[in-house]
Design a protein around this ligand. Structure first.
Ligand code: ADP
Length: 485
């Protein structure tokens, strides 16, 4: 049973499902504002209605009691023509009194001239109300008094009748039942108001949520925009006018961004293309001059060698920029084929050793078992060559570079591990960004372009794989490629 009460009622459950209440959100603020306003509005209306009903009831009793006091004097005068004033007073007091209304007359010396039977019998007597009323000095005028748990309207007025000493007339009207009825009514009014406020709150919360849903939709759509989808405009069909205007401006901004992005990609592509051909020519010319120039001085040879090395590095840089641009443009199509990963590793190791000019024994390959996976052989090989080049360049030349191949459920894992300078922890997240280098001077002298790891990440992600790094400064680094099987 207790468990049942802890369950939020259905509409609230719908509102809360999967959502943390965010106090800073527009929805929470608007809902809180509306709930507060309805609380104040409905609360004030209920309080005013309760107060008015009580006033009307009490006023009618006050007036009724005052009227009886007036009439009683006239009646006594009328009966005094046919009987003594005392008899007339007794008669009128008996005639005017009822089960809920008690009348008594007291002289200034405290003698009771007359009193209705109500005071001497029934509940007035047994509850002690009569005794309390008769023994307490009561103020002149009409008052509502609580007596022994009862509610009474008590009217005290001077009574001057011919033939009788000056006295005070008291009339007490029992309004307990009506008062309790009114209290019950007020309690019901309070409960109804609370129910109404709760219902209004739920209705408003749902309405506000519905009204704000296009903003959430716009946010979701905007979050899905990537460099590749800049040319697709957003569409919010049933949104309010203000949001439609926002969507229109947003689409215009996207169109401008898409145009600028396209221009930038074309520019990079064109420049790389235009520069690569003459640079290759320059490099070829420099290398042939070096080969044939038997009579070059030492200084001339050194100068030409530096120029050839720089031309070669810049050509490589341009090639990598073009490869990256093609991958990002979606032009670099994947040629997926069943590939033995161990074969690819051996091919990449041979190329890297040749490029870096180091002994073959420096790289050790450790493959668990033949693993055949659907990948683009060339692209995976390029990624591995980049990782191996880095390991050979930045690793300790006296220590081997380990390459391992393992498989686990759904994934083939290739790790390239070196024992070298390592990468400081704060830089590990940035090394996959274009042109990021931990030590720019060192990378440059070792022939790095700053694009190797960016290319690795793009190549691997194009094949739905992942690349991560674990490294400790002065211990070495492990680059891990995970390819889905
Ligand atoms: P670069 O062409 O400069 O090597 P990369 O994108 O391949 O560019 O690598 C980015 C940077 O990450 C490098 O400049 C280097 O500082 C660091 N780095 C990459 N691999 C290693 C490694 N195996 N050991 C230490 N540092 C590395």
């Amino acid at each position: 049973m207790a468990h049942f009460w802890l369950q939020p009622i259905t509409p609230f459950r719908h509102l809360l499902r999967g959502h943390r209440v965010d106090p800073g959100s527009l929805q929470t603020r608007l809902t809180a504002g509306v709930v507060l306003a309805s609380l104040v509005g409905v609360g004030a209306l209920s309080a005013w209605m309760g107060w008015r009903m009580q006033e009307i009831m009490l006023n009618s009793h006050r007036q009724g009691t005052a009227l009886i006091a007036d009439r009683l004097q006239e009646d006594v005068r009328y009966y005094s023509d046919t009987m003594t004033p005392q008899e007339a007073l007794d008669r009128v007091v008996d005639y005017r009194a009822t089960g809920d209304l008690a009348i008594w007359v007291v002289t200034s010396t405290g003698d009771r001239l007359a009193q209705s039977e109500t005071l001497t019998m029934g509940s007035w007597q047994t509850s002690g109300v009569s005794e309390a009323l008769l023994s307490t000095p009561l103020p002149m005028g009409v008052k509502i008094l609580p007596v022994q748990g009862w509610r009474l309207v008590v009217c005290a007025s001077p009574l001057n009748l011919a033939g009788l000493p000056p006295a005070t007339l008291y009339i007490a009207d029992d309004i307990t039942a009506e008062y309790q009825g009114l209290q019950r009514l007020m309690r019901m009014l309070l409960i109804t108001s609370l129910l109404l406020i709760s219902l209004l709150s739920v209705a408003f919360a749902l309405y506000i949520r519905r009204t704000l849903s296009p903003i959430r939709q716009l946010n979701r759509l905007a979050g899905q925009v990537t460099a590749d989808t800049l040319d697709q405009s957003l569409n919010l069909a049933a949104a309010p006018t203000e949001l439609q205007e926002l969507v229109r401006s947003y689409n215009l901004m996207l169109a401008r961004l898409s145009k600028a992005w396209g221009q930038q990609k074309r520019l990079v592509n064109d420049i790389s293309h235009e520069l690569r051909t003459p640079l290759s020519l320059v490099q070829g010319y420099l290398e042939s001059t070096l080969r044939r120039g038997q009579n070059l001085s030492e200084a001339q040879r050194e100068g030409l060698e530096i120029a050839a090395a720089e031309a070669s590095r810049t050509t490589r840089l341009l090639t990598e920029i073009l490869d990256l641009a093609r991958l990002n443009n979606g032009q670099g199509r994947l040629n997926l084929e069943p590939t033995d990963l161990e074969d690819v590793i051996h091919m990449a190791v041979a190329i890297a050793i040749d490029t870096q000019g180091c002994p073959a024994a420096r790289v050790r390959v450790n493959a668990c078992a033949p693993t055949v996976v659907q990948v683009d052989r060339q692209k995976l090989c390029s990624a591995l060559i980049e990782l191996l080049n880095n390991a050979l360049r930045y690793g300790d030349p006296q220590q081997p570079v380990q390459v391992s191949l393992t498989t686990e459920t759904g994934w083939a894992t290739i790790q390239v591990q070196d024992q070298g300078a390592g990468i400081p922890a704060p830089c590990q997240g940035d090394i996959f960004e274009p042109f990021y280098r931990v030590d720019a001077a060192r990378s440059r002298t070792s022939g790095g372009t700053g694009l190797g790891l960016t290319l690795v990440r793009s190549l691997v992600e194009a094949m739905a794989g992942q690349v991560t790094v674990q490294s400790q400064p002065n211990c070495g680094s492990v680059f891990t490629l995970r390819i889905p099987i």
